[in-house]
Design a protein around this ligand. Structure first.
Ligand code: URA
Length: 253
């Protein structure tokens, strides 16, 4: 069969699936079959032989993932959150920051790390010579864990995610890592480090030691909220960030 016939059939099937989607039957990803973004690196999404190669850019794949997460109810956090908080930054970032979960400000804005701790994280990122736009910032869980889930408008209602909530949500982070392919992941705080490293050790023991997660370098460090409570921890975080910068500059760790 000619490639043009294949493309026609695919486009018809896509339209039919979209019809189903309108009736709430099935959810399909946006999958342009003939548009390859010239600026962004494109990724092949069909691997089987003899199938036409359909390409989605990392940006498009993240948009597709966002639509899935926006309607996720895999755990009860999906029932109380105001906004799913997926991530912000470059779809091809070398550097990925992973916190534990959105708080009040993030839930209201739909963006990670925008409260006081987030402002400090932005300063750290800028001190490293990056911006929020050219790194990627996300969390282990994408919905706001609340002490009182019927009251999302209440302040001081944040709690850390439970191990079960983190395990349930982690596959979305894995998907983000697969799409973005960062050179190094920085976990912020004990929850995200323990979750990705399956460690029970305290954050003071895990931090500053380069490990790996799914073949990608991982540096655990303190959460910016901990630095706000205890500024004497800042020097440790800066030491950790200097090692990360050295790795990104030289490829050596
Ligand atoms: N703390 C986190 O771990 N993540 C956020 O997005 C905000 C605060």
């Amino acid at each position: 069969m000619k490639q043009s016939e294949y493309l026609k059939i695919l486009s018809l099937s896509k339209r039919t699936l979209e019809e189903y989607l309108n009736w709430g039957e099935i959810e399909i990803p946006k999958m342009p079959i003939d548009k390859r973004s010239s600026k962004e690196e494109s990724v092949k999404t069909f691997s089987k032989k003899k199938q036409p190669e359909s390409v989605l850019s990392p940006k498009e794949m993240l948009e597709t993932l966002k639509r899935t997460i926006d309607s996720c109810k895999e755990c009860s956090l999906g029932n109380s959150r105001l906004n799913a908080v997926i991530g912000v930054g470059s779809p091809t970032a070398d550097l990925m920051f992973v916190g534990e979960g959105p708080g009040f400000d993030e839930d209201h804005k739909g963006e990670p790390f925008v409260g006081k701790a987030g402002q400090l994280l932005t300063k750290i990122i800028e001190a490293m010579g990056y911006t929020r736009e050219n790194v990627y910032i996300t969390n282990i869980v994408k919905c706001h864990p609340m002490i009182d889930p019927i009251n999302p408008e209440k302040r001081s209602n944040d709690r850390p995610p439970t191990p079960l909530e983190m395990e349930t949500c982690k596959h979305y982070l894995d998907e983000q890592i697969k799409i973005i392919k960062p050179k190094i992941i920085i976990t912020l705080g004990a929850s995200s480090a323990k979750c990705l490293l399956y460690s029970e050790e305290s954050i003071s023991k895990i931090r500053g030691v380069v490990k790996e997660y799914k073949g990608i370098k991982l540096m655990a460090t303190y959460h910016p909220a901990a630095l706000l409570r205890n500024p004497s921890l800042k020097k440790f975080v800066w030491d950790d960030m200097k090692r990360v910068m050295h790795y990104l500059d030289t490829g050596e760790i």
